[in-house]
Design a binder for this molecule. Sequence first.
Ligand SMILES: *Cc1c(COP(=O)(O)O)cnc(C)c1O
Length: 448
Amino acid sequence: MVSRLAVKGGDAVRTRPWPVWPQPAPGVPGAVADVLASGRWSISGPYRGTDSYERRFARAFAAYNGVAHCVPAASGTASLMLALEACGVGAGDEVIVPGLSWVASGSTILGVNAVPVFCDVDPETLCLDPAAVEAQITERTRAIVVVHLYSALADMDALTGIAERYGLPLIEDCAQAHGATYRGVRVGALATAGTFSMQHSKVLTSGEGGAVITRDADFARRVEHLRADGRCLTDAPPAPGAMELVETGELMGNNRCISEFQAAILTEQLTALDAQNERRRANAALLDERLAGLGLRPQSTSAGTTSRTYYTYAVRLPDGQFEDTPISAVTEALSAELGFPALPCYAPIPANRLYAPHTRRRYTLGLDHEERIDPKRFALPVCEEAARRTVTLHHTALLGDAEDMEDIAAAFGKVLRHGAELAPGAGPAHGAGPAHLADPAHVADPAL
Ligand SMILES: *Cc1c(COP(=O)(O)O)cnc(C)c1O
């Protein structure tokens, strides 16, 4: 019985529970209670004589990242759209973006009436391939968005070089990389602007939330206006009871503010981020060693990376094994062994069922536009290969101890040894199979 795969009815490698996510920092209940009693639940509520939590978080997060400006926003999606518009991206402009990412990387570009140009990735880091970026630049290119995916940082030396050479703004999507550093500089601080998501699954979270960071005061001012219906915060606090947002009419916006509750939670969660990142990093290093010993290839990061953060642990199957087995059969077998969801990596965005511009009337801006945004026009062989061969685990799996890493390695070892049972035609699965414990970031995007 012991030798049989759990997905086929055998005993599982592990039945102990896993850590849960999110984990509230000790100060969270007090901070939330403070907001409740404060008489101010949003920056668009009246000033009460003390700094809003939104201002406090913005200051703390800017300082943490070593930049002058942070504008909190409703979500990672909102932050990306704000950053794109603050770069001047608009109707018909092309924006280069990696083809391997969460669907929001494409939908946000569509959302500002621009044209996503999906670009292939590096096979080892799974982040934007600089040579592929350069090949996609045209006179209609208006910006580049780079995603630091899973646990890797993109090759920022090459990408900032390209952006400078062509005079293009570069936005770092740091939704999966809060706290990582490249040549000693925090991600998000390396380019024109950095955007973050604080959605439930992310390593810094308030359930929903986001932020844009930048070194550029004018850029930050544009983001402020864009996120608060065209209003910005006063330089000096107003009289208690008055509004802290002033109507300038400088730049029209939409409401994409976070609430004081979210800002209060983030202010406290930020104090726990480094220790949590460190724990995940140490566990990932152990897991890298164990899985490499089994012939698997953990995702690597660019040469300039000085500190990695793990939003997701990603590892490639050994060459020559499971070549004819769907990746979903492998991840289901691993999930059944672990009682924790192992998932395939993202489908390339043009092939993602959630990426379907034709289902929305708002993108019917004329035949020319519809052809330019047609997902079928993109060929992304490296993204497709990664999607066929990469297994991912949410960072919750890295928040425990070394024994957890041994369990994960044991599950991979067992599934590799019994790989033949998963080949098509090897008989139907009759085990309990994994519960649907999917990472929420893979199943639903409330912003769409
Ligand atoms: C989560 C995520 C987003 C979207 O963030 P939301 O807060 O869910 O809107 C964007 N890009 C990447 C890479 C993400 O992982």
